[in-house]
Write a protein that binds this ligand. Sequence first.
Ligand code: ZN
Length: 281
Amino acid sequence: MDKKDLPNPEGIKEQKKEISKKSLLYSKTVTCPVCDNIFKAIAVKASSYRITKKDSDFFIRYSLINPYFYDVWICNSCGYVAMKADFNLLRNMEIDLVKKSISPKWRERSYPETYDVNIAIERYKLSLLNYVIINAKSSKKAINCMKIAWMYRLINTPSAKEMELKFLNQALEGLNDAYYSESFPIYGMDKYSIMYLIGELSRRTGHKEDSLIWFSNVITTPNVKQSLKELARDMKDLILEEDKKTEAALLAASNNSINQNSDFQDNTKKSSIFSKFFKRL
Ligand SMILES: [Zn+2]
């Protein structure tokens, strides 16, 4: 018997997984607001959602199937791409921009029946490109960037971590802009949720001072719901705890280096002269 005729348990398992994933999906008929093309978008059945965890920046982790993978709709006929929540919310001026700047360059793309994280990233980036070209509102670009960052978080490698931070920084910039120039709610989030989110993205991107200010504003503003205040307090405590740890680590490291360098400094006049020179500066 040839080796290739033997059943491959891994392969069968993969096939079964694909079949079970497909049963969680359905195809939804969508009409493109730019070119009136009618196409099928893959959508996740509402009954398929299993939430396992929520991250502190509102990213929801799912088991079984990930609805974020199916969040972007693409019209293959004209190249209009957007997150499904925005897909039909297009102004005439934006429709003209898609027709003028996107459609002539668009080449049809094909995707498999189920999507993975890499496909999701590609589709979110196509959507972001559309938002940039049609000069969409800052909030749209920001939320799109945040979702790209979240997809990189799922990959969980050092280079993906870098990309996550890059897109979180972009999201932060966009949300800051949206906070001062747009009306609320923004993607279902009220003013205080956006304040919290700006604080949390600031924390995650290393802008601690800004982050503390936004969290304090959430905590001290009356009428903010208790659960959001608690979340802001938790994140504020986390920053203060981390600061304490960093201080302790720096102190330990500087004590060590003083001990290690003392022999060296005693024996070399040159280095002690230079150290005095720099001290005077
Ligand atoms: Zn279209």
